[in-house]
Design a protein around this ligand. Structure first.
Ligand SMILES: [Fe+2]
Length: 356
C-alpha cells in the first residue's frame, strides 16, 4: 500500500498498523510495533465491534402488516435496517428526509415507484432517493432486504467503471406502468426521521404514465460488479455509491486479487461490511446476511479477501457514529477483528502471566 505522504508502507513483520484519515482518501501514517495490535482479551462497554446475522431477527421484530423496516444500527442521520415482506401491500412509503439504498438479500418482487416499476431479485441494489414513493406490488417469493438509510444524497457512481460496473449496460431505472390498482383505500406513509405520518386516498396514487429527465431511482445487480485485482500489494476497494459530502460511501468488497488488508485504524469512518452471498467464506463468516460493524478508531485487520470460491460483500463507510439499536443488541455479538469471528473472552494476562 502506498501512502501519498510517507511513501510505501513497510511490510510486516514485525507488525504495521496503518492509521488513515478520511477513509481511503486522506493522509495515512504507519506505526511499526512488535505486538499484533488488533487482538484484545476482553472489552467492557458498548463501543465494541459486533457481528449481526439479520436472519436472527424474530418475526415479532417486524410491524404487523405494514412491514416497516427494523433498524439494527443507527446514529447521526444514518441507519442500517432490515425489512421482510411476504405479501404485497397497498401501503406505500416515502422517506422525505433520507435517501434509501435497498439491497435484496433474497426473494423476488415488483417494486412500484413514482417513476415506474422494477422487478427486483436477490443481488439487486436499488437507490431510492428521498421523496420518492414506493411499495412492493407483487411478491413472487418473500423479500428480505438490507437498507442503508442516510440523510446524505447518494449517487450510483462506481470507481473504475466500466471495469467494476458498466453503468450503461448494468444500471437501469424503473419503467413507467400506468396500470393502477382498483378503486379503494390507499395509504402513503411519509417517513420523517423517526416519525411517520399517513396520507389516505380513494385512488391509487403511485402509477405514472411517463417520466423524463435525469434518472432518479437506480438499480444494479451485484453479479455485474467486479473486483479489480493486482498481483501484489494493497488495492482500495472500488466505490459503488458516492456522496459529495463524503459522509456515507458504499464500496464493493467481494472476492478480488490482492494482499490481505493491512492492520489499520480508520480514524473517521465506521465500517460496516455486509456479507451477502457465498459460496466462499469471508474469514470466519459464512452466513449470507451477516453484518460486520467496526466502529471508527478501533484497530482491526480483517480476513483475506482473495477467496478462490468467490463471495459477495459490500462495505458501508460512514462518518456517523453508529450504535446498536435494541433490535441490533438482540442479535449482535462481540466480534474479534482478525477473521471477524465471534469474540471469545480470555483471562486477562499481564507480561508476567495470568492476572490474579
Ligand atoms: Fe477496515
Amino acid at each position: 500500500m502506498t501512502s501519498p505522504d510517507n511513501g510505501p508502507a513497510p511490510a510486516g513483520p514485525p507488525n504495521v498498523d496503518l492509521y488513515t484519515r478520511n477513509g481511503f482518501s486522506g493522509p495515512m501514517a504507519t506505526i511499526v510495533r512488535a505486538q499484533y495490535s488488533p487482538a484484545y482479551t476482553a472489552v467492557r462497554g458498548t463501543y465494541a465491534p459486533h457481528r449481526l446475522d439479520v436472519g436472527d431477527l424474530s418475526e415479532g421484530a417486524f410491524t404487523e402488516g405494514r412491514s416497516l423496516p427494523v433498524a439494527i444500527l443507527e446514529g447521526d442521520g444514518v441507519s442500517v435496517e432490515v425489512s421482510r415482506r411476504a405479501e404485497p401491500s397497498a401501503v406505500a412509503f416515502r422517506n422525505v428526509l433520507a435517501d434509501e439504498v435497498h439491497y435484496v438479500l433474497e426473494g423476488e418482487g415488483r417494486l412500484e415507484t413514482d417513476f415506474g416499476v422494477l422487478d427486483v431479485r436477490a443481488g439487486d441494489m436499488v437507490l431510492l432517493p428521498r421523496s420518492v414513493t414506493y411499495r412492493y406490488g407483487e411478491i413472487a417469493s418473500p423479500l428480505r432486504e438490507i437498507l442503508i438509510v442516510t440523510e446524505s444524497e447518494m449517487r450510483v457512481d462506481p470507481e473504475n467503471a466500466p471495469g467494476v460496473l458498466n453503468v450503461d449496460l448494468h444500471v437501469d431505472a424503473p419503467v413507467p406502468d400506468p396500470a393502477a390498482g382498483p378503486p379503494g383505500d390507499y395509504e402513503v406513509i411519509i417517513r420523517h426521521g423517526r416519525e411517520f405520518t399517513t396520507y389516505f386516498y380513494d385512488y391509487d396514487p403511485v402509477p405514472c404514465l411517463a417520466t423524463a429527465g435525469a434518472p432518479v431511482v437506480r438499480r444494479f445487480n451485484m453479479e455485474n460488479v467486479h473486483g479489480l485485482g493486482v498481483e501484489k500489494g494493497g488495492l482500495m476497494p472500488p466505490r459503488l455509491l458516492n456522496d459529495s459530502s463524503t459522509r456515507t460511501l458504499v464500496f464493493h468488497l467481494g472476492n478480488r486479487r490482492s494482499d490481505r488488508p493491512p492492520v489499520h485504524h480508520n480514524a473517521d469512518y465506521d465500517e460496516v461490511i455486509f456479507y451477502v452471498a457465498g459460496p466462499g467464506n469471508y474469514g470466519a463468516v459464512d452466513r449470507p446476511g451477516t453484518v460486520l460493524w467496526t466502529p471508527k478508531g478501533l484497530i482491526h485487520h480483517g480476513p483475506e479477501e482473495e477467496v478462490p470460491e468467490g463471495y459477495r460483500a459490500f462495505l458501508l463507510e460512514t462518518r456517523a457514529a453508529l450504535s446498536l439499536t435494541p433490535a441490533g443488541r438482540d442479535i449482535g455479538a462481540v466480534m474479534e477483528t482478525g477473521q471477524f469471528d465471534f469474540f471469545e473472552p480470555r483471562t486477562p494476562t499481564t507480561a508476567a502471566g495470568p492476572a490474579s
